[in-house]
Design a protein around this ligand. Structure first.
Ligand code: TXA
Ligand code: MG
Length: 513
């Protein structure tokens, strides 16, 4: 499909004065008739479809590669259009609409019959937004229908804050992309549930808690925004660049910041790795003066968190373009837009959630018989991917149900882990599985169904936490067999088998944003 890029739109344009042949009118016509159009807003670019056309809405999920269980926001050009999309507006929300809209905020209401379930992923609620970007409002007015739109990125990449990001992700896949220049805010809107008797912040964004408290003395965050996922286990990976994102700070002084970042870059563990730093001009200058080698990504000659927020997603994209393996990002205090900034940064820094329901896995243990081969392999493979700096508070270990304490990993296991992955397991010593291990871990992954069953029988109260590795990751009833007593080739096969499972455990392709 050829994609038309509509640019150079005069902001002063009055919708009535645009001729039918104007590319913006053609984009609006295309959307009304079922096409997808990417358009600018002051937060991030959106990928719009006619919200009243279920087939068009479904095509959004296809083009983005987004799971259909994540509902979309409906965009309208005027607050007066909200009423027909929703069943009721609580008193406190009337004032919020009046003051905060148009702007970087989305309110969730009980939906009216007009909104199809394709938009809300089957929910009885609908998220509504009135963007303030003049081209967005002009486009929405020309469309003449409510527009369902997620961020205009393909799932798994950061939300686009510039037309070039959209072109990168969606060119050739949709008929129109409207260029409105760089987005002002650079982070997505604040999503607030107003279906209850007080506002609940579902996603922090451009409008802060401090702005909302005026409308109701009680403002809550949903537990999903406060419990930053910091575990392997994985359902959704958000905004994550390929580079490992490490957040540092916030710092009391400039010198502290420079010295901590300098130490991080110079860590001998990093060897030849390509490292980038996202901070301001002064910090980058100071690091350069120390002759430290890194890729600078600056948010400008300022220390304002607004500027850092504005540039964050573009920095993630730059990190990928430059092939960085680590991106060190300056942290800010969680005040005002700093809350939204840290929310996005933390998600990118440790973007894996538990797959089994919403439980966060902070302690994970692998179990086999001797704890000298299979389970230490799994432990060390996970450990290699989850350095303490990236996944604070997460602990992985291993144990055996028929062993003694203090034995080294088997010679062949040591050799193949080294040879295949450069992982050194020489520090490993075996541990006997104990009551305490059963109790203190959040997830217990056994190598075979036999181990699982023995564990479940012995520790019935921990039963729900005990699974086989195959069962938990792939839902398969399958064992990882013991290579003990066989040649090194068998150990190699086992290591590769475990590696493919631990990789899946860490990063599922199941992406939402
Ligand atoms: O700034 C923004 O909000 C951008 C621009 C394009 O408007 N849009 C955006 O959309 O970020 P998206 O789809 O990437 O994120 C929408 C968020 C998701 O977290 C989704 O779960 C939530 O809004 N959401 C949508 N409808 C909802 C509903 N009925 N109840 C609860 N959450 C909802
Ligand atoms: Mg998104």
């Amino acid at each position: 499909m050829d994609t038309v890029i509509v640019s150079d739109i005069s902001i002063a344009t009055d919708p009535g004065s645009l001729s039918q042949g104007h590319p913006l009118c053609m984009a609006a016509d295309s959307l009304r008739e079922g096409g997808l159009v990417a358009f600018p807003t002051e937060t991030v670019y959106g990928l719009g479809a006619n919200a009243l056309d279920p087939e068009a809405v479904k095509s959004i999920f296809r083009v983005k590669g987004r799971p259909s269980d994540n509902p979309l926001i409906v965009h309208v050009p005027e607050t007066s259009h909200i009423r027909r999309l929703v069943k009721e507006i609580p008193g406190y929300a009337e004032a919020m609409i009046e003051d905060l809209m148009p702007g970087p905020v989305t309110l969730v209401f009980t939906k009216s019959e007009m909104i199809p379930y394709e938009v809300t992923s089957g929910l009885e609620t609908v998220a509504v937004r009135v963007p303030s970007h003049p081209i967005a409002r002009l486009f929405l007015t020309l469309s003449g229908v409510p527009v369902a739109a997620p961020s205009a990125n393909i799932s798994g990449s950061p939300s686009p804050t510039n037309v070039s990001h959209v072109i990168n992700d969606l060119s050739g896949k949709i008929p129109y992309i409207i260029d409105g220049g760089p987005s002002d805010v650079g982070l997505e809107s604040t999503v607030i549930d107003v279906t209850g008797d007080h506002p609940v912040i579902l996603r922090p964004g451009g409008v802060s808690e401090e702005d909302i408290i005026k409308y109701h003395p009680k403002v809550e965050y949903s537990s999903e925004t406060t419990d930053t996922p910091k575990s392997p286990g994985m359902k959704y990976r958000h905004y994550a660049p390929a580079a490992k994102v490490i957040s540092v700070g916030p710092f009391d002084t400039f010198d502290d910041m420079v010295s901590v970042i300098a130490d991080r870059i110079s860590d001998p563990d990093n060897g030849e790795i390509k490292i980038g730093v996202y901070s301001n001009d002064k910090v980058i200058e100071a690091l350069r003066e120390q002759r430290i080698v890194f890729e600078p990504i600056s948010y400008g000659n300022t220390t304002d968190v607004k500027a850092a927020a504005y540039g964050l997603f573009a920095a993630f994209r730059r990190a990928d373009e430059k092939g960085l393996q680590i991106l060190i990002v300056e942290a800010f205090r969680e005040e005002g837009i700093g809350k939204a900034y840290m929310n996005r940064l933390n998600k990118a820094a440790s973007s894996v959630e538990s797959r089994s329901d919403k439980n966060i896995v902070r302690r994970l243990v692998f179990v086999c018989t001797g704890n000298t081969c299979r389970s230490p392999m799994a432990e060390y493979l996970i450990r290699a991917e989850t350095p303490e700096a990236c996944v604070p508070g997460f602990v992985v270990s291993s144990a055996g149900i028929g062993t003694m304490n203090g034995m080294r990993a088997s010679e062949s296991a040591l050799n193949v882990m080294n040879e295949l992955f450069g992982i050194d397991m020489s520090a490993h010593r075996s541990s006997v599985f104990t009551d305490n291990i059963a109790e203190s871990n959040d997830l217990i992954l056994a190598m075979t169904a036999w181990h699982r069953d023995v564990l479940r029988k012995t520790y019935p109260s921990a039963g729900h936490k005990i699974h086989t590795l195959y069962g938990f990751v792939r839902g398969e009833d399958r064992d990882i067999n013991d290579p003990y007593g066989q040649g090194e080739d068998s150990y190699r096969e086992t290591a590769l088998e475990i590696k493919s499972l631990t990789d899946e455990l860490l990063v599922r392709s199941n992406v939402t944003e």
